[in-house]
Write a new protein. Structure first.
Lengths: 315, 451
């Protein structure tokens, strides 16, 4: 038996094999549904924007890993960042701006903090926030869905101040649900976002608590503020934000109770921003703000161990 | 009257690929080895000291080491022959150096004389056997168990005479016989139930005589249907129907962990840092129960064990081996390795300890030798997904241990109740980043222990 090698390793000696990259690629597949709708509604230019976002993200990650002399793993996280980032963009944003945003998302929001697992803010949303500060005009110029026609008509997003709708409420909800409305590339169709989210929930990728408590709080808050609850839920980036961005593992709390607090906090912030700030939409910034609270939540919200009891002081 | 009850698990748990490839294979007796290595620390508690000297001739079953401390179990020679050397061994669990006796066989396997009260293989006169058991004093039973060096064979190796003698303020009302064997690959308890069922049940009867609990449960996972139906039949034959209940449990890892088992069967939660007896329960493993029978009725000390040798060997088997036989001889018997680079693991794939030296002996606590093709563990960054927190049967936060141990904040791990970790390995099994979480936990625990 001398010729055989014997190695030692830690228990457990078996592994489920459900790796980070598998999780990431399932998320990518789930994201293909909103991606497909964005292409359907906003035409070929959506394809260019999305490809620009993804390719820039992956190349940036590769370059920075090489610069930092770290191993580059194609684990799909850069693909998700690039894709999610692109889906938050206005449909006719100049491509070079998408390059800048995507570069910022990976280089500053992710790698500068230490790479996957160490970033405080959701990189895709940080990229978007960066762009809306740098290019406020371009980042708020919306078009109505032109399908595959090249010429697009400018129009306000549903949450915008000068948004008007001619038909009755039911067809408004219908349009919002199927996605035939103005807005960022990926946020328009609630239905296809929900299909993607269903995939994530079936594969147990995301915890239902964050989106449910987020959307629930927004619904409750809008009701209190006297707004149209269904409209507030379906319009804007709430759906894609709640299911795909707020649920990002790295930037959300790790415990179940922590996630509930996170979701409620997101909802409160979104309602506040939508109703009291100068911005029509608040999903992006509420997620970024709550991201900053995640370490705090994780520090104080712990799980009670099995058999936990409070030790009495006077025994 | 219904004997078998079905229960679901009271915790989330994992369903692991079972790989119980030796489940159908009868126990084979490994010939008496030419030499054995018998370490002095084979149980929790104080290590033993030699009561024989180098060069002495010993018989099979002769006590060679003992300790004055209460929490300790004596050690016996498993073959007859000469103590040729006292060697040093590294305990793979604690990494401490311990003494061990190298005994060379004289080839005769002469046993020390002992009084056999009954032979279950020759006679089926169970009422007579019960009478014999009822006539033995409780103290005498405990004394016999101690003298036979019996320890918990489920893996924890806690001295059985200590466990069966709880302090008088702890009233024990439930006794659970643990036949879950929730780790993949291992089938030794399964085979013991099928082939030594009578001894197991009689052993349980002896233990119940000591503790006189109100409820006695035999817990078996539902992936061992044959064992359940066999034990059911035996219970009827041996007229234990009123005393014993079998509980068929949904197969979930780690069902065999005491605290999980107690929660599932009785609904009681063992308090943090407490023992099962704090909630009035004692759990005993089937192999321990069989050894109790051997010790009390047949006067045989714990010198033989059923060990599953499985995994990447040509011919996996369940072997009955003498304690102290070297692992290499077991693997040799099963046709050696099938691949070049292997891990040799004592125990199952989830909690077993991998060893470097195939000349390491089988100890009392070993129930499986698993040969596995090595896997390179490619550790990636923690992405905070929370799978480890979700799966932990003890409701702990394993990722906090990894982060704090990396930074050297060992005390912080204590705030996260690292002492409660049972090292079941569920967290590392599900970790998408493939982080050896249990490795970090063990490191942190051992550093905290030294402080």
């Amino acid at each position: 038996m001398e010729e055989d090698k014997i190695l030692i390793s830690h228990a457990p000696h078996i592994w489920r094999g459900f790796s980070t990259s598998k999780i990431m690629y399932i998320v990518v597949v789930a994201l293909l549904f909103p991606t497909a709708t964005s292409i359907y509604f906003f035409g070929y230019y959506a394809i260019y924007l999305i490809l620009t976002g993804v390719i820039t993200a992956v190349l940036t990650e590769f370059a920075i890993k090489k610069l930092r002399k770290k191993r580059f793993i194609m684990d799909g996280s850069a693909v998700i960042t690039g894709l999610l980032f692109a889906l938050t963009l206005p449909p006719r944003l100049p491509l070079w701006m998408a390059v800048v945003g995507s570069f910022f998302a990976i280089a500053i929001a992710k790698e500068a903090f230490g790479g996957l697992g160490y970033n405080i803010f959701n990189p895709a949303l940080a990229g978007r926030a960066f762009l809306s500060v740098c290019f406020p005009r371009e980042m708020t110029s919306w078009v109505l869905p032109p399908y595959f026609n090249y010429d697009a008509i400018t129009g306000a997003t549903p949450l915008g101040e000068n948004f008007t709708y001619q038909l009755d409420k039911l067809s408004l909800y219908k349009d919002l649900f199927f996605g035939n409305t103005g807005g960022s590339l990926g946020e328009t169709s609630a239905m296809f976002i929900l299909i993607g989210a269903l995939i994530l929930i079936v594969f147990r990728i995301i915890d239902w608590r964050i989106p449910v408590f987020y959307i629930g709080t927004v619904a409750l808050g809008s009701f209190i503020m006297g707004k149209d609850v269904l409209f507030q839920i379906l319009a804007g980036g709430l759906m894609i934000g709640a299911f795909f961005m707020a649920t990002d593992y790295v930037t959300s709390p790790v415990t179940k109770n922590g996630r509930i607090i996170f979701g409620v906090g997101l909802g409160v912030l979104t309602v506040l921003i939508r109703n009291f700030s100068s911005m029509p939409e608040g999903v992006c910034f509420s997620i970024l703000i709550m991201n900053a609270f995640t370490p705090l939540i994780d520090k104080y919200i712990k799980v009670k161990p099995f058999g936990f009891y409070k030790k009495r002081k006077n025994v | 009257m219904k004997i078998t009850l079905k229960k679901k698990s009271a915790f989330k748990g994992l369903s692991l690929p079972e790989n119980k490839i030796t489940a159908e294979k009868s126990i084979e007796v490994l010939p008496v080895p030419e030499k054995v290595i018998i370490p002095l620390q084979q149980s929790i508690g104080a290590p033993c000291e030699f009561i024989v000297n180098r060069g002495d001739m010993v018989k099979t079953g002769q006590k060679i080491a003992d300790s004055k401390s209460y929490v300790s179990a004596p050690i016996h020679s498993s073959i007859s022959g000469k103590i040729s050397k006292i060697i040093k061994l590294i305990n793979p669990v604690t990494s401490n150096v311990m003494d061990a006796a190298l005994i060379e066989s004289d080839g005769k396997d002469l046993w020390v004389e002992s009084k056999k009260l009954f032979d279950i293989r020759e006679s089926e006169d169970f009422p007579r056997l019960k009478e014999i058991i009822n006539d033995i004093e409780k103290k005498e039973i405990l004394q016999k168990i101690r003298e036979a060096g019996i320890v918990g064979l489920g893996g924890a190796t806690f001295p059985t005479h200590v466990k069966l003698n709880p302090p008088p303020d702890k009233k024990i009302d439930t006794l659970i016989l643990n036949g879950c064997e929730c780790e993949p690959f291992i089938t030794s308890d399964h085979r013991i139930m099928l082939e030594k069922g009578k001894e197991v049940l009689m052993g349980l009867y002896i233990i119940s005589r000591v503790l006189s609990p109100e409820n006695i449960y035999i817990a078996v996972e539902d992936n061992k249907e044959d064992a359940i139906s066999y034990l059911e039949k035996l219970i009827v034959n041996m007229n234990f129907g009123r005393l014993f209940k079998i509980i068929s449990l949904k197969s979930r890892y780690p069902m065999g962990a005491e605290k999980m088992l107690i929660k599932t069967i009785t609904g009681r939660t063992v308090p943090m840092g407490g023992l099962p007896m704090d909630v009035g329960v004692i759990v005993s493993n089937v192999a321990t129960s069989k050894s109790v029978y051997d010790a009390v009725i047949e006067g045989k000390p714990l010198i033989e064990k059923v060990v599953t040798v499985t995994g990447n060997v040509v011919n996996p088997k369940n072997l009955q081996v003498r304690v102290g036989a070297v692992i290499g001889s077991l693997i040799e018997k099963c046709g050696r390795f099938r691949s070049k680079v292997n891990n040799i693991i004592i125990g199952g794939p989830m909690m077993g300890i991998s060893i470097v030296d195939i000349n390491f002996p089988v100890t009392k606590g070993a129930n499986c030798v698993l040969v596995k093709e090595s896997r390179i563990q490619d550790e990636q960054n923690c992405i905070n997904c929370g799978r480890c927190v979700n799966i932990c049967p003890m409701n702990l936060m394993p990722l906090a241990y990894v982060k704090n141990t990396r930074k050297g904040n060992y005390r912080t791990c204590k705030e996260y109740y690292i002492d409660n970790c049972i090292e079941c390995g569920s967290c590392a099994y599900v970790c998408p980043a493939n982080i050896p979480i249990v490795g970090y936990i063990k490191t942190c625990k051992s550093i905290l222990a030294k402080k």
